[in-house]
Design a protein around this ligand. Structure first.
Ligand SMILES: Nc1ncnc2c1ncn2[C@@H]1O[C@H](COP(=O)(O)OP(=O)(O)OP(=O)(O)O)[C@@H](O)[C@H]1O
Ligand SMILES: [Mg+2]
Length: 237
């Protein structure tokens, strides 16, 4: 394990979405400690609560009950302003479909994320970290899927967050491009010591992490430590 310091602690978290008469338990009594600097995989079937869990970790959503501590600070009871500040300072999100602004260039997409940040990376430096400095002036439509994902990773890095949260980041990419993106994320974990939490359906990808939390029907039922995490070249799917 990269560190024994718990950066984020999820304690008995439940989330009930109420839609009129119907309620959905998206998380049920989920508990998990996340260690500083680890590469944690969250795996589980569709509808099991993976994105809900990630949104709670990222301060986008709040639990119905339970506690989420970031370095000891209680996010579940934080004010809206405190949660916004937490998201800005500590969290970078990477999504399956990139969520880039189509009318802005790659560089401008990253720049937007650095506005009102305290000590951001230089946007071009962020693009350099993801290997895309030579595409800085391209618009999203002028980039391949893998390149767009690199921009979105640069955007996630730009405010120097401690947590990078990835929701199926290779779900729309082919095998070789997926390998490159996963290799990049692993490098950012190792070199920049970012704590990475990555959601996947894919058991081959799960072997890349230091640990795998398996979730079913909103409950985290096992957390496995990967004896020797695989290298991207080794995974098959
Ligand atoms: N905002 C919401 N309002 C109501 N129900 C929701 C909401 N978000 C999620 N749910 C429900 O909670 C459950 C868990 O959803 P979630 O998106 O976390 O699943 P998931 O594991 O990410 O699935 P997938 O792999 O398909 O993305 C689902 O049954 C979903 O319909
Ligand atoms: Mg999801």
């Amino acid at each position: 394990m990269p560190s024994t310091e718990v950066i984020l602690s999820i304690q008995s978290v439940s989330k009930i979405y109420r839609m009129g008469e119907v309620s959905v338990a998206a998380l049920r009594d989920a508990s998990l400690d996340i260690y500083d600097g680890e590469f944690l995989i969250v795996a589980g079937p569709s509808g099991s609560g993976k994105s809900t869990l990630l949104n709670h970790i990222g301060g986008i959503d709040r639990p119905t009950s339970g506690t989420i501590l970031f370095l000891g600070n209680d996010l579940s009871r934080a004010s809206e302003a405190e949660l916004t500040e937490y998201r800005r300072a500590e969290v970078g999100f990477v999504f399956q479909f990139y969520n880039l602004i189509p009318t802005l260039t790659a560089l401008e997409n990253v720049q937007v994320a650095t506005e009102i940040a305290r000590d951001p990376l230089d946007p071009l430096e962020a693009l350099r970290l993801t290997g895309l400095e030579n595409r800085a002036d391209h618009f999203p439509a002028q980039l391949s899927g893998g390149e767009q994902q690199r921009v979105s990773i640069a955007r996630a890095l730009a405010r120097r967050p401690r947590l990078i949260l990835c929701d199926e980041p290779t779900g729309a990419l082919d095998l070789e491009t997926s390998r490159q993106i996963l290799g990049l994320l692993m490098e950012l974990n190792q070199k920049l010591k970012k704590t990475i939490i990555l959601i996947t359906h894919n058991n081959a990808i799960a072997q890349l992490g230091h640990r795998v939390a398996r979730i079913r029907d909103g409950a985290i039922h096992t957390v496995e430590v990967t004896a020797v995490p695989k290298r991207v070249e080794e995974i098959q799917w």
